[in-house]
Ligand binder design. Structure first.
Ligand code: GDP
Ligand code: MG
Length: 155
């Protein structure tokens, strides 16, 4: 059975734009790039949630935390999963230190999810600063590392 991969945040959507082709045979994508998008009504209707709960289709949440869409989507989705008793795994991307408070908010959301998800993998953008890479190389490196976390989650 295919897993459902939900991406939340512009960053998460971009990452899937780069690496998503590799997973097409293993996952169905639900992409959330706006809090107001119809995705919420269509993909997360009560019928659809019940269907996921009953068929036990594995759910993976991939979110860039720290921005508005990622943070708030994760908040909404974890509530939904809880009320429908849907187990989920998470891959969470944490902002750089220079991003200030959004990093702290992201870290606290990640901590909360650790108590709710079946498995949580974290990629901390800050590690990119310790590598001798151009900005473009660093983003490619991050994409690759996140794809390893996805491989691990899909095992
Ligand atoms: N590794 C990686 N991190 C990203 C990327 N885009 C954004 N981020 C990180 O994700 C955080 C949230 O950004 P974004 O996803 O654009 O926010 P949102 O759309 O409002 O949820 C940023 O502060 C960055 O630290 C990306 O392409 N790759
Ligand atoms: Mg955005």
């Amino acid at each position: 059975m295919k897993s459902i991969l939900i991406t939340a945040g512009t960053g998460a959507n971009n990452i899937i734009l780069n690496i998503g082709d590799e997973y097409e045979d293993r996952v169905d994508y639900i992409l959330i790039d706006e809090l107001e998008s119809d995705v919420w009504k269509v993909e997360f209707s009560a019928e659809r949630m019940l269907d996921i709960a009953v068929t036990r289709q594995p759910v993976i949440l991939l979110a860039t935390l720290g921005g508005e869409t990622g943070n708030r989507s994760v908040e909404r989705l974890t509530k939904l999963f809880k009320s429908f008793e849907i187990p989920f795994s998470a891959i969470l991307i944490i902002p750089f230190k220079f991003e200030g408070d959004s990093r702290n908010v992201a870290l606290s959301i990640a901590n909360k999810i650790k108590g709710e998800a079946v498995s949580v993998h974290v990629f901390d953008n800050e590690i990119l600063t310790s590598l001798d890479l151009t900005k473009k190389e660093a983003m490619l490196y991050a994409d690759r590392e996140i794809s390893y976390l996805l491989d691990e989650t899909l095992k």
